[in-house]
Design a binder for this molecule. Sequence first.
Ligand SMILES: *[C@@H]1O[C@H](CO)[C@@H](O)[C@H](O)[C@H]1NC(C)=O
Ligand SMILES: *[C@@H]1O[C@H](CO)[C@@H](O)[C@H](O)[C@H]1NC(C)=O
Ligand SMILES: *[C@@H]1O[C@H](CO)[C@@H](O)[C@H](O)[C@H]1NC(C)=O
Ligand SMILES: *[C@@H]1O[C@H](CO)[C@@H](O)[C@H](O)[C@H]1NC(C)=O
Length: 235
Amino acid sequence: MLHLAFAALGSLHLLTSVSAQTWCNKNYMSSQPVVPPGGNFPMAAPSADPLLAFRCAAAMKPYLEEDVGTPAGVLVDSPVVYSVISGAEPIDLPSGPLSSAGNLDVTVSLNGKTLAKALVPLNASAYELPFSLNGITPQMTPYNLSCEATYLATNSAASSSSTQTYSASAALSVLPNPTNSSVTKMDLRTGALLARPATGLGGEYEPIFPIGFYTTFDGYLSTNLSAIDILKEQG
Ligand SMILES: *[C@@H]1O[C@H](CO)[C@@H](O)[C@H](O)[C@H]1NC(C)=O
Ligand SMILES: *[C@@H]1O[C@H](CO)[C@@H](O)[C@H](O)[C@H]1NC(C)=O
Ligand SMILES: *[C@@H]1O[C@H](CO)[C@@H](O)[C@H](O)[C@H]1NC(C)=O
Ligand SMILES: *[C@@H]1O[C@H](CO)[C@@H](O)[C@H](O)[C@H]1NC(C)=O
């Protein structure tokens, strides 16, 4: 059945490429004219004043019941931008460099209970706040973390007199241990996918190299695996 599906797709692919010479609806041969493919992301509107795009996310997706008792983390982003990007809100900054403009006092909570509280610099990326999963009951539906930030300006006279607060939320998955299946985790600190060894004999979660159609195109990984290290070096 699976073979049949692939055969059908294969011949469909041949037919379209022979008749139209496009891949994924795009010209791909050097002899073909350049056709703007469209579908560009819209440019964010510029902002004359600084904006803070406060965001948070669980460091690992998902956490498992067996992770309760080991440290967990929430990642906080605090980019200061001059573009109207998603979630960006005005921030009244003192003059001078951002590095001396103060911090955000960030509190992460779940159903009103504080899990983590720390100062986070402005314009940080994936700044990790550790927290404990103790007391969080594993369940199939994700929890909703609430992240609140209050801007503590170094020179309050230079910035607005009113308190500047920002909020964001993030899904936190704490799943029951799998009984009849395996789990692939996403480590948001690095973007790596983690899995246990495929031997079925257990072992630690380790980064895996996902292989898809283009990863092995023309079979180039079959004879020489050093490309994987090169890709790793390139991030
Ligand atoms: C924030 O950090 C980014 C990346 O490091 C940098 O390009 C940008 O200039 C910084 N923003 C401000 C307002 O300093
Ligand atoms: C999570 O909670 C925030 C408020 O703290 C709410 O705005 C958001 O819609 C909630 N998200 C989900 C998926 O329930
Ligand atoms: C695997 O386990 C889950 C959770 O106990 C259950 O809902 C599901 O039906 C099981 N699947 C199979 C194929 O046994
Ligand atoms: C493997 O590929 C790398 C570059 O991708 C190349 O530098 C190296 O010489 C190749 N090794 C062999 C044995 O072909």
